[in-house]
Design a protein. Structure first.
Length: 151
């Protein structure tokens, strides 16, 4: 399934110190994202990550297809590493994603965060089942069909 997702920002609350990710160049919340295509057993999913600096959002565009040898869906992801703001004081609050998509019917959207792990990729790769791999948090999310300019 081909889809395009644009993310305006990722935040825990509305105060500036609680911003996790923005795409506006702000110090402490702007990170370099990279896209990863499905590397598993001949996966054929593809994608791109670009930044619209003028309007302050990232664009994750791609196509998720079945891995031929597995007859199961592959994946693509966009990720950033760095020292993110500490929002642990907001643990009982909400994580707000400002996102829009051209394919709201897609059921595979996920948000993942890792904390306190030596390697986020290692921590999340095996679902926290490997030694020293705790601290990976994943959640599914869905999107409503909205105007293509609404986040």
């Amino acid at each position: 399934m081909k889809y395009t997702t644009a993310a305006a920002l990722l935040l825990a609350n509305v105060s500036a110190e609680d911003m996790l990710v923005t795409f506006d160049g702000a110090k402490g919340s702007t990170f370099t994202f990279a896209e990863l295509n499905d590397p598993v057993m001949g996966g054929e999913s593809t994608g791109t990550w670009t930044l619209n600096q003028d309007e302050g959002f990232g664009i994750f565009d791609g196509e998720v297809v079945d891995v031929p040898k597995l007859s199961a869906p592959g994946f693509i992801k966009a990720a950033a590493s760095g020292h993110f703001n500490d929002v642990s004081a907001d643990i009982d609050g909400d994580l707000v994603l400002m996102v829009r998509t051209t394919t709201p019917e897609y059921a595979g959207f996920r948000v993942t965060m890792a904390a306190g792990a030596a390697s986020a990729a290692y921590s999340c790769g095996a679902g926290s089942s490997l030694p020293f791999s705790g601290g990976c948090y994943k959640a599914k999310f869905s999107l409503k069909d909205t105007d293509s300019t609404d986040f």
